[in-house]
Design a protein around this ligand. Structure first.
Ligand SMILES: Nc1nc2c(ncn2[C@@H]2O[C@H](COP(=O)(O)OP(=O)(O)OP(=O)(O)O)[C@@H](O)[C@H]2O)c(=O)[nH]1
Ligand SMILES: [Mg+2]
Length: 204
């Protein structure tokens, strides 16, 4: 089996959260991004963190001692959106496939991630669609193909995060498969202080 990587997107400004960076904010005693990395560590061989240069020291600190090798892919230009961050992170991937996940998904289900890697085999992506939306920041991609597709979409002025998908041979992981293989909270993302409080209640 070739190397599997997780790319964690953390380059956003957390404006709904407030003054702090939500990536490293405390969630029931643990920085949120560490929860994400701890959860995916059993099913990947490496982790790449995409963030701004200024975030790196705090994220390194938050991830001290995690059970998987971590490298950083810093944005060349900040604030170009999650698609640019995804391209930057995916360019830093050594293996063939990568699970891309947002830093604000602390309930990510490792067994479901494992299933996504299996479903992506022989294709360029496996993207869950639990309802009408594609969960593009909780999906497995062939790293080089998705990085190319993101860059092409950005060059074409396409801003929607689904745009790169349509350049790829991608598998849809539909609602029935999500129900069968994934925990319902796996896509939950924490954006506000209220979201953190709700999540913390369930993590304590
Ligand atoms: N590299 C990079 N990543 C981004 C950017 N904007 C958002 N992201 C990441 O994309 C994921 C989903 O974004 P949001 O949930 O909107 O996070 P956010 O933009 O930090 O938060 P808000 O400001 O409240 O929207 C998060 O993991 C962010 O870190 C960006 O401009 N550059
Ligand atoms: Mg945002």
């Amino acid at each position: 089996m070739s190397e599997r990587t997780a790319v964690v997107l953390a380059g956003g400004r957390s404006t709904r959260f407030g003054d702090e960076d939500k990536a490293v904010a405390d969630l029931a005693g643990t920085p949120m991004i560490r929860r994400v990395v701890d959860r995916v560590a059993p099913v990947v061989d490496a982790v790449v963190i995409n963030c701004r240069a200024a975030q790196r020291a705090a994220i390194e600190d938050a991830l001290d001692g995690v059970a998987v090798p971590v490298t950083f892919a810093e944005d060349d230009y900040p604030d170009e959106g999650p698609m640019a961050g995804m391209a930057t992170g995916l360019r830093a991937v050594a293996g063939e496939y990568a699970f891309v996940v947002a830093c604000d998904m602390p309930f990510v289900d490792a067994d479901f991630v494992d299933y996504l890697f299996e479903r992506a085999e022989g294709h360029e992506a496996a993207v869950p669609r639990p309802d009408q939306w594609f969960e593009t920041t909780h999906a497995v991609y062939r790293a080089a193909a998705m990085a190319d597709a993101c860059e092409a979409a950005l060059d074409a002025g396409k801003e929607r995060i689904v745009a790169p998908l349509f350049d790829l041979d991608f598998v849809v992981v539909d609602a029935a498969e999500v129900r069968e293989h994934g925990h319902p909270d796996t896509f939950e993302n924490c954006n506000t202080k209220t979201d953190f409080a709700d999540a913390a209640e369930r993590l304590r």
